[in-house]
Design a binder for this molecule. Structure first.
Ligand code: TEU
Length: 527
């Protein structure tokens, strides 16, 4: 029965609404734009859509600064339209996942405004982490915690004119909530119910390992366990109560749990906690056969005991786009290594990204596809004067930030703004040549990335829902079987022979003249 749960082997498409499609022509993507592209998403064959936050927000961090969780931002549409979208998608067999941001709110959220107005020592301030400063006159921040924007040396505390400091792991416009306060817990359970009542099938939990804080807010000591603000035991009690809410609606969770330790990560996936979590170890893994195989084996081994399905993620709105990453000397992802002007071989990166698409679609578990990944979009170079991401500003301009993977999508080669919108320029500039990636061109081209994703998603059921069995293979070659199908990926310098008597189902690129699998190519075979 467990195997019939849709989320165990789903293909889930991530929609960054602001950059997906601009229905009203004002330069910002919106729900009207998404609704107009539902046929495209149905044809792609995805099972669900995960929407980045679409709630009322001053957009200081792309909507991860929420002023009201029960209101859709007017730039995107209305609550009624969101409900329509959820229903229309469901009619096409596509479920909806919304994104909840429990660690912090916008500084424009009514709770934080009330806390500011009420002053030091007030009950309103207890919903957040307000503290007096240290040192003479309280001029030093209450502790030394590092910013969660890697590359930023900003303090995570901001001082108010009344002398109190407040904690914000991200920007000063994103004050952290106090999860030890019962009202914070109650409010979020109500928010979950609010969205489940509106027909959503699942919830992504933003920064899921950060909510709980050591009440003493002690200084950070590297390596000390427990960490004062990451992966604290209190979180598991929170997620157990969330799970009870989700179970009332058959809803599912996907947690954004960035934790290097596989065993600690798996604790969030226990049967009464989160159903799934993003696999960032796979996303961060370099394009090397041994490392990938270890990442896959570790992932499967850590998920099996808790009975949770693995997820396979290559990209999202926070990381360097796949074809660019795989076209660089350092093919793994590392926030700390992001830099301007990194040399990139896009042809190579694209070849590898095609192979990686077939690899991830063949693995047991759920697969995430970030909008534009199916078009093979590269990371864009955003001119400094156009960058919007707070990560760039918080790094004092040393880190390019995350806008390069958030550029408005190209839909039509011959339309203004590559078919993203109409009247006004897109909120982030599209680089020269962007229309060459347009969805309409790719839909007509059997050799395109879009054609590969469509075929891969359609054929993927040949792998069944069972486990994988590795097959003997030469060094640098990954080969495994599931059900009646085989997946072979060659990362070695020499072409690889394919098993005799197998039938080719799909390839990420052509075989050589002798029928062998070239470097950086993947195939699916029928045994
Ligand atoms: O990201 C949380 C997070 O910790 C990282 O993905 C973050 O981008 C990284 O640590 C940078 O150093 C989530 C969202 O995905 C991201 O877009 C938001 O900016 C962040 O939360 C704050 O809400």
């Amino acid at each position: 029965h467990a195997q019939q749960e849709w989320w165990r082997s789903a293909v889930i498409y991530q929609v960054y609404v602001r950059s997906f499609a601009d229905g009203d022509g004002d330069g910002t993507g919106d729900l009207a734009g998404v609704r107009s592209k539902l046929p495209y998403l149905a044809e792609l064959g995805v099972d669900a859509l995960w929407f980045n936050p679409w709630y009322l927000s001053p957009m200081k961090d792309g909507g991860y600064d929420v002023a009201d969780y029960r209101v859709v931002d007017p730039a995107f549409g209305t609550l009624a339209e969101a409900e329509k979208l959820i229903a229309e998608a469901r009619e096409l067999g596509i479920r909806t996942i919304v994104d909840i941001v429990p660690n912090h709110v916008s500084d424009q959220h009514p709770w934080f405004r009330a806390a500011l107005a009420a002053g030091p020592g007030s009950p309103e301030r207890e919903l957040f982490h307000f503290r007096p400063g240290r040192g003479p006159g309280g001029h030093l921040p209450p502790n030394d915690w590092p910013s969660q924007f890697v590359g930023s040396t900003d303090p995570v505390w901001t001082r108010l004119p009344d002398g109190d400091w407040y904690l914000h792991l991200f920007t000063p416009e994103q004050p952290d909530l106090n999860w030890a306060h019962p009202a914070v817990r109650q409010e979020h359970e109500d928010i979950l119910r609010f969205w489940f009542e509106r027909g959503v099938a699942g919830v992504r939990i933003d920064s899921a390992a950060l909510l709980a804080k050591d009440p003493e807010l002690p200084d950070f000591v590297a390596g000390r366990d427990p960490n004062p603000f990451v992966d604290r035991d209190e979180l598991h009690d929170i997620y157990r109560s969330w799970r009870a809410v989700a179970d009332d609606y058959d809803g599912v969770f996907v947690g954004e749990v960035w934790l290097p330790d596989a065993e600690r990560f798996a604790r969030y996936l226990r049967p009464d906690e989160l159903h799934t979590a993003f696999n960032f170890s796979f996303l961060s893994c370099p394009w090397e056969a041994d490392r990938l195989r270890t990442s896959i084996d570790t992932t499967l081994a850590e998920h099996a005991p808790v009975g949770a399905p693995a997820t396979w993620v290559l990209c999202n709105h926070d990381v360097t786009r796949t074809v660019t990453r795989y076209g660089r000397a350092e093919t793994g992802f590392d926030f700390a290594a992001k830099a301007f002007g990194t040399p990139t071989d896009l042809a190579l990166g694209t070849r590898r990204a095609r192979a990686a698409a077939l690899l991830s679609l063949a693995l047991p578990g759920a697969v995430y596809v970030y909008q534009g990944e199916e078009l093979g979009l590269p990371e864009a170079d955003i001119p400094r004067e156009s960058i919007q991401d707070p990560m760039y500003f918080r790094s004092q301009g040393t880190d390019p930030g995350r806008d390069g993977c958030r550029v408005p999508l190209p839909w039509a080669a011959d339309a203004p703004y590559a078919g993203f919108g109409s009247r006004q320029e897109p909120w982030l500039p599209q680089p020269a040549g962007w229309s060459a990636h347009a969805a309409d061109l790719q839909a007509a081209d059997p050799g395109s990335m879009l054609a590969l994703y469509r075929a891969g998603i359609r054929l993927r059921p040949v792998f069944g829902t069972g486990p994988l069995a590795w097959l003997p293979s030469p060094e640098g070659v990954l080969a495994f079987a599931r059900a009646d199908a085989l997946c072979v990926v060659n990362l070695a310098d020499t072409p690889a022979r394919l098993p005799a008597h197998s039938r080719l189902l799909l390839g990420s690129g052509p075989l050589d003249e002798e029928g062998r699998l070239p470097k950086d190519t993947a195939v699916w075979l029928r045994a």
